[in-house]
Design a protein. Structure first.
Length: 188
């Protein structure tokens, strides 16, 4: 590809794209000068580069619309075309809480030698708790503890409070190709 032949190609395109400037291409014949306006306004980032950080903590990003913090595990060894991370570990109003959640998920997946935001000694109690659970169970428990689940949450699986009318709603996930199958709304 052209970017492998010219290593600075991606950097140049990112700068041109970011500045939204005019680019002039000159040929040997001065009457054939061409000016092209670059209209792309978003910063170009190569697809295989790691995600850009929006937090001081490893594994934590700030959602650009809600302003809430999310904890993610990024691992190139498990990447596929549709999902470039191990999964969201929850949404948090507090950046530090998201960082702790990232640390706990990283400890469960990669062990005590992984790079963390806080000292491993911070998590002695949690390390004992996670030993008795599978990765999926433990990550699920981390997600349930996040503030992303704080509004209208029921103690029952598949039940949540509807955000408009306040009534309880029952849904089941991943049925017949749908993300959710709606089962009905029930009294307060």
């Amino acid at each position: 590809s052209s970017s492998s032949s010219f290593p600075h190609f991606n950097i140049l395109m990112a700068k041109v794209s970011q500045q939204n400037q005019k680019v002039t291409v000159k040929t040997n014949n001065k009457s054939n000068d061409t000016t092209t306006k670059v209209t792309r306004k978003r910063k170009s980032v190569p697809r295989d580069s790691p995600p850009q950080r929006s937090s001081i903590y490893r594994g934590v990003t700030r959602h650009r619309w809600t302003g809430r913090y999310e904890a993610h595990l990024w691992d190139k060894s498990c990447w596929n075309e549709t999902q470039k991370k191990k999964g969201r570990q929850g949404a948090y109003n507090d950046e530090e809480a998201a960082a702790h959640t990232y640390d706990l998920a990283a400890l469960k997946y990669w062990g005590r030698e992984t790079i963390l935001n806080f000292p491993v000694s911070t998590y002695q109690e949690e390390l004992e708790e996670m030993e008795s659970q599978s990765r999926e169970e433990y990550i699920g428990s981390l997600r349930r503890k996040s503030s992303g689940f704080s509004r209208g949450v029921s103690k029952y699986r598949g039940v949540a409070r509807h955000h408009h009318n306040g009534r309880w709603e029952a849904r089941i996930g991943r049925v017949f190709g749908n993300k959710y199958l709606y089962l009905g709304t029930y009294g307060k």
